[in-house]
Design a protein around this ligand. Structure first.
Ligand code: ZN
Length: 299
């Protein structure tokens, strides 16, 4: 999976599926999802600015060209539509950023956990509690044990606030947001990135205090490689390409979202997406014109 050859094999399988499952052989549209996921593994291992990642994409581009030629032969070039996108980007290796003069740091998971634990301990002491407040942490933030504070009559929101205040002084932390701030349904806030974190917040699963790391502070358990999962542009900026039947030629410069993908495909198929779906169809709603209606179905 750490090589370009994994996704060459994935596309071999995709071609086989088109043939064996007889995709595109009748009037009902078929959808084939192909996950070219070695991009993620290669990106984690070597970073986006590496020779290895470049090699991966050169080979993927070539193999995708072969796949399109296969679809042209098999289905006809006006009888299919391709959507090509990604679910996230990735941070360059912090060492590579440093080499290029960009302030960046690598925080090993054990140091990350220790720093969050220590900051939470300061809050515990200030609140006069005797048992540890810190329960656990993950890359999203800190989970607290509120049993003692609650039994002493301290409001959970007050305890979370105190902990968040201490976590904000941890060197690799840009902001700390409490569960109360994230679940509050008040008007949209202009606090940076708060709205994005609200979209990622789930009251019964998310940490008591969620953390936004500084822009190029990478938390990882290894001394090499890189990762994703921040709200910054290197993570959230994705390609989105539509190609083939029903797609007008052109380059669009407006902001788009991953959530536009399903409504756009629905629009190209002539199907109205449900009203509560996030995202919009980027080409509006089209009648499906790629195949004429069967004569026997006409009135
Ligand atoms: Zn990944």
């Amino acid at each position: 999976m750490q090589t370009p050859f994994a996704d060459e094999m994935t596309l071999d399988l995709a071609e086989r599926l088109v043939v064996e499952e007889r995709l595109g052989a009748d009037r009902a549209p078929d959808i084939l999802w192909v996950g070219l996921s070695a991009a993620d593994i290669v990106g984690h291992a070597y970073g986006p600015l590496s020779q290895e990642t470049q090699d991966y994409y050169v080979r993927l581009d070539r193999r995708l060209g072969v796949f399109l030629e296969f679809l042209d032969r098999r289905l006809g070039s006006s009888n299919y539509t391709i959507a090509l996108t990604s679910d996230h980007g990735v941070m360059p290796l912090p060492e590579e950023l440093t080499r290029r003069g960009v302030p960046a740091s690598r925080v090993l998971t054990k140091d990350y956990t220790a720093a969050l634990n220590a900051a939470t301990e300061v809050a515990r002491t200030e609140l006069g509690l005797s048992k540890p407040l810190f329960r656990s942490s993950n890359y999203m933030g800190v989970y607290l044990d509120l049993a003692e504070s609650t039994s002493r009559g301290l409001a959970p929101a007050e305890v979370r606030n105190r902990v968040a205040d201490k976590l904000r002084s941890v060197p690799f932390v840009a902001d700390a947001m409490t569960a109360d701030e994230l679940s509050a349904s008040h008007a949209p806030s202009d606090r940076p990135y708060l709205e994005l974190y609200r979209h990622s917040f789930s009251a019964d699963r998310s940490p008591d205090v969620m953390l936004r790391p500084k822009e190029y502070a990478l938390t990882r358990w290894k001394t090499c490689g890189t990762s994703h999962g921040t709200p910054y542009r290197f993570d959230t900026h994705i390609p989105m390409v539509f190609f083939g039947a029903g797609v007008p030629a052109g380059l669009r410069t407006e902001r788009v979202h991953t959530t536009d993908l399903a409504p756009t495909l629905a629009g190209l198929l002539g199907a109205a997406p449900p009203a509560d779906v996030d995202g919009v169809s980027r080409f509006g709603f089209q009648r499906h014109r790629t195949r004429p209606a069967s004569p026997r179905l006409r009135p």
